[in-house]
Design a protein around this ligand. Structure first.
Ligand SMILES: Nc1ncnc2c1ncn2[C@@H]1O[C@H](COP(=O)(O)OP(=O)(O)OP(=O)(O)O)[C@@H](O)[C@H]1O
Ligand SMILES: [Mg+2]
Length: 321
């Protein structure tokens, strides 16, 4: 299998707890919190590990929370490389009210990352990447980081002949995609942003995605459609992959699990359609686990088998290209 490197610029410690009856102006006694390593690329590495494969989990972290993050990944046996920064790694908080079962999720912005620290990351990538590797950057940038950071990463990946996968949002995603990405996995909101439109009707997805690929240095786009599955688009083909209907517990981590499945599929040499099917299997499997839990291998295997056996040949080939 080819090497996979995941990059998380703004990771987090996800702290979750429960409380009986959230009400203002009173001391709320929470249960013992659970700590988990979080952030796009970190989640992807954790899913790859769950699927019995190895990736290098590269991230920026600092302060005592950064040390804690390192320990959490170590406890999960994730192969990791931490780039130390001055600012403290953020800690997000999720509190579930046991009387209403409502979950309140508080996300922190993350530490400032200096220009020098960004340069350190780019130099490190130059050092560790080799031809044929897969690099995936996932998640948000830290506040004050230059909006073209993923574009710089894309340029390094190109010069190293590394396949770059980007799953981010907003301007950083647009800059990255314009600089060159092998595989993009936008949801509908992110696709609108990439294409500069306010909203997308279902019937427009294929055309918008193909136009984007034809006008930008990107090869494959898998547009994720939540419970509807995904549509995989290249310049000449369109494939729909329906998501199986499952007993849904929580959709948290569906996107990251999907991206993990697709990269693993690519690194294992699967065809583009098979890698998209495997991605949908992983994304849907993540919805079968409660809370922040990612996908489980036994669910992924069963769903992938189901998708493979039940998918009809629905590739559309554009002959007018
Ligand atoms: N309700 C659901 N039922 C079945 N599968 C789902 C559901 N929601 C998500 N999925 C699976 O997960 C994949 C990714 O989901 P989605 O399109 O919501 O990504 P996303 O918006 O990037 O998610 P995230 O918020 O985690 O970043 C889908 O393509 C599908 O396979
Ligand atoms: Mg997403």
């Amino acid at each position: 299998m080819k090497n996979i490197v995941t990059l998380t610029v703004n990771p987090a410690i996800d702290k979750s707890t429960t409380v009986t009856c959230i009400k203002p102006n009173s001391k709320l006694r929470c249960t013992t919190p659970i700590f988990e390593a979080g952030g796009g690329g970190i989640n992807i590495s954790r899913v790859i590990h769950e699927l019995n494969e190895i990736s290098t989990c590269l991230y920026l972290a600092g302060g005592p929370t950064g040390t804690h993050l390192h320990q959490l990944l170590e406890a999960e046996n994730i192969s990791q490389q931490m780039i130390p920064i001055l600012g403290w790694t953020r800690e997000n908080l999720a509190v579930t009210d046991t009387t209403t079962h409502q979950q309140f999720r508080f996300g922190m912005p993350g530490p400032d990352v200096s220009e020098e620290e960004c340069t350190k990351v780019l130099k490190h990538l130059e050092l560790i990447l080799s031809e044929g590797d897969y690099l995936v950057a996932s998640g948000s940038l830290s506040p004050k980081m230059s909006v073209d950071f993923f574009a710089k990463v894309a340029t390094i990946a190109k010069s190293k002949k590394v396949k770059f996968i980007l799953d981010s949002s907003g301007e950083p995603l647009v800059y990255g995609a314009k600089a060159g990405v092998f595989l993009l996995k936008p949801n509908l909101g992110e696709l609108s942003r990439l294409c500069g439109v306010d909203a997308i009707h279902f019937s427009e997805i294929e055309t918008l995605a193909q136009n984007f690929l034809r006008n930008n240095p990107c090869e494959v786009m898998v547009v994720s459609l939540g419970p509807q599955g995904a549509v995989m688009v290249t310049k000449n083909t369109v494939d729909y992959i329906a998501a199986p209907i499952v007993l849904q517990q929580s959709t948290i981590g569906a996107g990251d699990s999907m991206v993990a499945g697709m990269i693993l599929g690519l690194a294992q040499g699967k065809s583009l359609v098979e890698m998209a099917k495997y991605g949908v299997a992983c994304g849907t499997a993540a919805t079968m686990t409660p809370g922040t839990q990612l996908c489980r291998k036994k669910d992924v295997d069963a769903l992938y088998k189901w998708i493979t056996e039940n998918s009809k040949e629905n590739t559309k080939i554009n002959i007018n290209t």
